[in-house]
Design a protein. Structure first.
Lengths: 101, 204
């Protein structure tokens, strides 16, 4: 029988893969957005596992709202990405250093 | 080992393997395709956890809409892959190091026994007449109705923001400038020209 801890370990592994993806694909903004999606999928798996083993539907409702916010985030993020490519001709994150921070 | 446990391990293998392939693939379009496989595996795992509505929603919204949007942008931008991957190996050891540390810490905490089957108990399976969608809807439209409407407003704002950001042709939109209309004066619109009347001889 699969226990709750198995699901939690699985989602933590996928979460850390997404984290490593942000580290190693540091310059490509599309890859950064996709790694954020991967992290959100791992977190949602956590929520649903707790919802199933705890017998409470609130976790699934929470995942519903996370999916909504993530869809909005992707839409605006890709719009900003398109604007950036139009004005700078590249989606390299090192090009966006005009603030000299 | 029962059948659902075998399914869990199969889907977990695809979940982890495709996400590793996603973050290490050289081509962004290939990475998007591997992310789609990751979402399918996640949806299968959610089906095992009896979250049928969210599993279908993940496939419909994420694979059907969000990943298609990603593919559109990847193909439209046509970026130079070689410059983007230049620093790939530079941060690879650091990324793997940090990830392994975090995984080790989380596994140490989670394996302490408080999330075992002895503590949580085996959740009872629902029979075939149980509807996950009905159960979610009963909560969503009563207890969580205000967050639900807020989510709708959020999506509307996202639509407006995305369209406004990438809308290119300013001249094609027929908008009014109210202050310009109010401040208009007679000399802007009307020109008084003095014309000499021709004499009667010339007109013959």
């Amino acid at each position: 029988m699969i226990a709750l801890s198995d699901y939690l370990i699985l989602s933590s592994i996928v979460f850390c893969i997404g984290l490593a993806g942000i580290f190693i694909n540091r310059t490509n903004i599309i890859m950064l957005l996709m790694c954020v999606e991967l992290i959100l999928a791992a977190v949602n798996t956590n929520f649903i596992a707790f919802s199933y083993y705890g017998g409470d539907l609130a976790g699934q409702i929470f995942v519903f709202f996370i999916l909504t916010v993530a869809a909005a985030e992707v839409a605006i993020g890709l719009a900003i990405l398109t604007l950036m490519f139009r004005s700078r001709g590249s989606i390299d994150i090192d090009v966006t250093n005009t603030l000299k921070g | 080992m029962e059948f659902s446990s075998i399914l869990f391990y199969v889907f977990s293998f695809f979940f982890i393997a495709s996400s590793i392939m996603m973050i290490t693939s050289r081509n962004t379009a290939k990475a998007a395709l591997f992310l789609i496989l990751t979402f399918f595996s996640a949806a299968s795992l959610w089906l095992l956890l009896e979250a049928e509505f969210l599993a279908i929603t993940l496939i419909l919204i994420y694979v059907g809409a969000v990943m298609v949007l990603f593919m559109f942008v990847i193909k439209m931008l046509d970026t130079d892959q070689s410059t983007l991957r230049a620093q790939f190996t530079r941060y690879l050891p650091l990324g793997i190091f940090v990830s392994i540390i975090v995984i080790a810490q989380i596994v140490l905490v989670l394996n302490a026994g408080q999330f075992d089957i002895a503590m949580t108990g085996i959740p009872e399976k629902h029979d075939a007449s149980y509807s996950n969608i009905t159960a979610i809807a009963e909560q969503l439209y009563t207890l969580y109705v205000y967050p639900f409407e807020l989510a709708a407003i959020l999506l509307l704002i996202a639509i407006i923001a995305a369209i406004t950001l990438v809308h290119r042709n300013e001249s094609r939109s027929k908008k009014q400038n109210i202050s310009e209309q109010i401040n208009v004066q007679a000399k802007d619109r009307m020109r008084i020209v003095s014309i000499k009347p021709k004499s009667a001889k010339e007109s013959k």
